[in-house]
Ligand binder design. Structure first.
Ligand code: PXL
Length: 276
C-alpha cells in the first residue's frame, strides 16, 4: 500500500473530536505519515460549547513554512480544514505553491459553515478568501451550506436534483476541479454524497441517522484523504469515507452524553480493513 506524506492544516480543538484530533489519528490509521500545522488552538470546538478559548496561530505560520522549505521538506498532499483567520488563507496558498512534491495534491475542506449558517468565528470577508483557496484546489469537500456560500447561492432546506446540479455547475464555473459534495439527501431517511470528477457526476446514497453529529465533516474528509492517497478513485474514496462515517455515528448514537463528537476511534479497524 502507498505510504504518503500528508500535511494537514486545521485547528486543535483540545476537546471536541474534530479537526486535528480527528485527522491525525485517521490519516495515521490509514497508513500515512501525517504532518500537522495547527491553524489555531481552542479549548473546545465552537459548535455547542460556550466560553471557549481561541488562540490564532496565523503569525507562526510563515516561519514554520520557511523552515520546512529550508529543510527541503515536501508533501504528497496538503489537506486543509478549519482555518484560524482570513489572513492565514494566503499563507496556505503559498504552501500549495512551495511545499508540494511534484504531482502533490491540494485538498480543501472549506470547514466554515453548516445548516445554512457560518460557524461563529467567520464572516463574509473570510468566505471571500476561502473562495480563492477552494478554487485553486484539486479536490474540495464542501457540504451544501458551504457550497452555497462559495457560489453566492441562497441556502435551501428542501431541494431537488436540479438545485444540486446548480450548485455543482456554479462551483465548476468558478474553477472547482473535483467536487465531493456531502450531506446530499433527496429523501428524509437518506443522505449521501455527490461527486463530480471531470464530467462524471455520481451519487452514493447512505443511511441518514436522525441525530445531528458534530465533527462528522472532519471524520469524513480525513477518511476520504486517507483512501484517496492510497490511490483509490475520488468516487471510491467518497464511498469508503461515507461508510466509515455512518459507522462512527452508529457507534455514538445511543450515548446522549456524547453530543459533541463521534466515537470514531473504536471503528478505525473497519476503515483499515476497507483500505487493505
Ligand atoms: O468540525 C468543524 C470544526 C472544526 N474546528 C472548530 C469548529 C468546528 C465546527 O464548529 O468549531 C473549532
Amino acid at each position: 500500500m502507498a505510504y504518503k506524506k500528508i500535511l494537514t492544516v486545521q485547528d486543535i480543538s483540545c476537546v471536541g473530536q474534530c479537526s486535528l484530533t480527528v485527522a491525525l489519528p485517521i490519516l495515521s490509521a490509514a497508513g500515512h505519515e501525517t504532518c500537522i500545522l495547527p491553524s489555531a488552538v481552542l479549548s473546545t470546538h465552537t459548535a455547542g460549547f460556550t466560553g471557549f478559548t481561541f488562540r490564532d496561530l496565523t503569525a507562526d505560520i510563515p516561519a514554520i513554512a520557511a523552515h520546512w522549505k529550508r529543510e527541503g521538506i515536501a508533501f504528497d498532499a496538503i489537506y486543509t480544514g478549519y482555518l484560524g483567520s482570513a489572513e492565514q488563507i494566503a499563507y496556505v496558498q503559498e504552501m500549495f505553491a512551495t511545499l508540494l512534491a511534484p504531482g502533490g495534491v491540494r485538498i480543501v475542506d472549506p470547514a466554515m459553515a453548516d445548516n445554512g449558517k457560518l460557524y461563529p468565528a467567520f464572516d463574509a470577508a473570510f468566505v471571500e478568501e476561502m473562495k480563492k483557496l477552494v478554487f485553486s484546489a484539486d479536490i474540495i469537500l464542501p457540504n451544501i451550506t458551504e457550497a452555497c456560500f462559495l457560489t453566492d447561492t441562497p441556502y435551501r432546506e428542501d431541494y431537488d436534483e436540479a438545485y444540486i446540479d446548480l450548485l455543482l455547475s456554479r462551483l465548476r464555473a468558478s474553477g472547482a476541479k473535483t467536487v465531493i459534495l456531502t450531506g446530499v439527501g433527496f429523501r428524509p431517511d437518506v443522505t449521501g454524497v455527490m461527486t463530480l470528477c471531470g464530467d462524471e457526476k455520481r451519487y452514493y446514497a447512505h443511511k441518514r441517522i436522525a441525530r445531528g453529529s458534530h465533527g462528522t465533516g472532519d471524520v469524513y474528509a480525513s477518511a476520504f484523504v486517507g483512501a484517496y492517497l492510497h490511490g483509490r478513485s475520488a468516487y471510491d474514496s467518497a464511498v469508503i469515507a461515507a461508510d466509515y462515517t455512518v459507522k462512527c455515528i452508529e457507534n455514538t448514537v445511543d450515548d446522549p452524553d456524547h453530543w459533541y463528537g463521534v466515537k470514531f476511534e473504536p471503528v478505525l479497524p473497519y476503515l483499515i480493513e476497507r483500505l487493505s
